[in-house]
Ligand binder design. Structure first.
Ligand SMILES: Cc1cc2nc3c(=O)[nH]c(=O)nc-3n(C[C@H](O)[C@H](O)[C@H](O)COP(=O)(O)OP(=O)(O)OC[C@H]3O[C@@H](n4cnc5c(N)ncnc54)[C@H](O)[C@@H]3O)c2cc1C
Length: 432
């Protein structure tokens, strides 16, 4: 029998894009990998907005992490939350009663969390969309609001229930706004007797002068025009002044709404605090060109957790950076442990950006190639199915998209008997 302790122990914290890619790159290396994640699933965040909109089921865009390593015997998956690191004694601390785990090599890939730019008090009223739980909660909120609106005799209260305020016009905000507008216009109108879902007021607020800043100006403008043509009230250059139980205040105007979604900002996970090493303004761990933490060659950070400089600029928090950085760390370690030549400094291959707006309109940009409209949508759909990975998920996704396309139906509109609306304890409409 193999002596487990003679084999180097690699601890990976985070089973997202980066953590999974790192573990896979170590598939043929003689190491013991412990992969820790506080959830039991790997989540395909780029399609989270479709769970919120009820277009796809949660299970379609998530996979149990252990199922991804069914055939990779050197990986031991543990559902556990990390809350500290002793970098000198090489220990990872877990929440609860579990003893700390010793590592020979550590890869931190814990992603980001929602940031309210210093207004943490807004968190209870404006909900982020980062985890599956967030998306499902928002989905129930939206479906619940329509159910209540259909029975609400007071027009002002009905209006509040049917106003959906989205803060932040990056890809997530635009994609969610477009999806909701599409669903409210296409599938739902025949189903309600007392409201017209087409009258829902979807407001997309952006503090900056333009939406979708990762895209070139003409593509971003086209996307905003498309959103407006779907009836989305896009307001650019409008920083939110207040969010409370009654909705938002923007440009001095009170927008009463029962649903406020926050897609405006993120901050890194506390990995930088655990390490006590240098971080950037977002809290991302500063790493060297081999993605190790300066002064600690056995500790690496990848994906959204890491501040990676490439060609003089910090790389953004996107899936391609996470995948490539995780894989690079895995390859570097594999080479180091086997004595083979390593991959050298990290080099990023930019595959571009994409965002979908409606059933027949998406934008995609890579280098000088710019796509929009149906062609953009086909490219968007193809790439997302490809990146989803597992065949079961891919098949389910295509089926749910097809149902949505052909029958104008969303598959996930169930809610509990009791509708736990977010911000339910509120002052009555019209008192402010
Ligand atoms: C709504 C949304 C839409 C997006 N759309 C796009 C898009 O269209 N294109 C694109 O390129 N990128 C998109 N992104 C960004 C992309 O998803 C991230 O860049 C990518 O997921 C980062 O991968 P990661 O592995 O670094 O982190 P994550 O994928 O976030 O994984 C981090 C993992 O760490 C775990 N974890 C966190 N803290 C702990 C802890 N203390 N203990 C144990 N485990 C922990 C989490 O449970 C999670 O599984 C989107 C993100 C969101 C939220």
């Amino acid at each position: 029998m193999q002596n487990a302790h003679a084999v180097p122990h690699v601890v990976i914290v985070g089973g997202g894009f980066a953590g999974i890619a790192a573990a896979r790159a170590l598939m043929h290396t003689r190491v013991r990998i412990t992969l820790l994640d506080r959830t039991n699933h790997n989540l395909f965040q780029p399609l989270l907005f479709q769970v919120t909109a009820g277009i796809v089921e949660a299970g379609t865009i998530s996979a149990p992490i252990r199922s991804l390593f069914r055939h990779q015997r050197n990986v031991d998956v543990r559902m556990a939350e990390v809350d500290g690191i002793d970098k000198d004694r090489q220990l990872v601390y877990l929440t609860g009663e579990s003893p700390p785990i010793h590592f020979d090599y550590l890869i931190l890939a814990t992603g980001v969390r929602v940031s309210y730019f210093g207004h943490d008090e807004w968190a209870q009223f404006a909900h982020g969309m980062k985890t599956l739980l967030d998306a499902d909660r928002l989905r129930r909120q939206i479906v619940g609001c329509l159910e209540l609106a259909d029975q609400e005799p007071d027009p002002r209260a009905r209006e509040e229930l049917m106003r959906f305020v989205l803060v932040g016009a990056g890809p997530s905000g635009c994609e969610l706004a477009g999806s909701l507008a599409g669903i409210f216009r296409r599938g739902l109108p025949q189903e309600y007797r007392h409201i017209d879902p087409r009258q829902a007021h979807i407001v997309l607020l952006e503090a900056g002068p333009r939406a979708l800043t990762a895209f070139s100006e003409p593509l971003a403008r086209g996307a905003v025009n498309q959103l407006r043509s779907l009836g989305v009230d896009v307001r650019l250059g409008k920083p939110v002044e207040l969010i409370d139980e009654d909705g938002v205040v923007v440009g001095g105007e009170r927008l009463r709404a029962r649903t406020v979604v926050w897609t405006a900002g993120v901050a890194a996970s506390p990995a930088g605090q655990w390490l006590g090493t240098e971080t950037d303004r977002m809290g991302r761990v500063l790493v060297g060109t081999d993605l190790s933490v300066p002064g600690y060659p056995r500790i690496f950070a990848a994906g959204d957790t890491a501040h990676i400089e490439y060609q003089g600029k910090p790389l953004p928090c996107v899936a391609t950076v996470a995948l490539q950085s995780g894989e690079h760390i895995g390859r570097t370690l594999a080479a180091h442990l086997t004595g083979a030549p390593g991959p050298g400094p990290f080099a990023f291959f930019d595959k571009g950006n994409m965002a979908t707006i409606s059933l027949g309109y998406a934008i995609a940009e890579t280098g000088r190639i710019r796509l929009s409209g149906v062609i953009g949508k086909l490219a968007w759909a193809f790439i997302h199915v490809q990146y989803l990975g597992q065949a079961e998920g891919q098949a389910l996704l295509c089926m749910q998209w097809l149902i949505n396309l052909l029958l104008s139906r969303t598959s996930a509109r169930y809610i509990d008997e009791h509708v736990p609306l977010i911000a339910a304890e509120r002052t009555p409409a019209g008192t402010r």
